[in-house]
Design a protein around this ligand. Structure first.
Ligand code: 5GP
Ligand code: MG
Length: 180
């Protein structure tokens, strides 16, 4: 079993195996490569959760890409966003006139990603699209249109493949449901 830190009593159940993730990543990379053929898009990964997904995704592309990272924070409880989002680390690349694809690990209420898309749209990219590995539509408060969706997940708290609980479990190769 996996090495665990201070959440010894937490229960983990595999929800999406790394084999299923690999297949989804290959499918998404194929769609993206086809849609952006002849272009050189800028992929923006939302830290920290989406770094694993981003790393796998770009290696399956048949395209030249540039990458950058943005870090957001929301005040509030550990498992849920408070609704007040702010940019902690902005992007370093100029995005005006660029084809921008945001790479995110999960969309829950939609508050975080809507905030980010509004923030980026103000910088006048040529195009702005969204690729999301996991989507929890049952929890949505703000409508979000996902151009490249990976998986729909139930209303459970998930960890692994970059996703954490209190900074733990990001290293797990599978996406797991966490119950305590
Ligand atoms: P939203 O603003 O869409 O409600 O969610 C924003 C953030 O909440 C996500 O980027 C993620 O950090 C966190 N989040 C929401 N659901 C989950 C979940 O099931 N697992 C983990 N690890 N984080 C989640
Ligand atoms: Mg996130």
């Amino acid at each position: 079993m996996w090495q665990m830190g201070h959440h010894q009593k937490s229960q983990l159940k595999v929800l999406i195996s790394h084999e299923e993730i690999d297949k989804a990543v290959a499918r998404l990379a194929g769609e993206i490569s086809r849609d952006y053929a002849g272009k050189r898009p800028l992929f923006i990964s939302v830290l920290k959760g989406s770094f694993v997904f981003m790393a796998d995704l770009i290696r399956q592309l048949d395209l030249p890409v540039e990458i950058d990272f943005v870090r957001l924070s929301s005040y509030g409880a550990a498992r849920e966003t408070s609704g007040k989002v702010r940019v902690v680390q902005g992007i370093k690349t100029a995005i005006k006139g660029r084809d921008v694809l945001v790479v995110e690990d999960i969309v829950d209420t939609g508050i975080t990603i809507s905030f980010l898309l509004d923030y980026l749209r103000k910088k006048k990219p040529a195009s702005l699209r969204l690729c999301v590995l996991t989507d929890k539509p049952s929890r949505r408060k703000v409508p979000v249109s996902i151009d490249y969706p990976g998986f729909t997940v139930p209303d459970k708290f998930i960890v692994g493949y970059g996703l954490d609980f209190d900074e733990e479990f990001r290293h797990l190769p599978d996406i797991c449901e966490l119950s305590s």
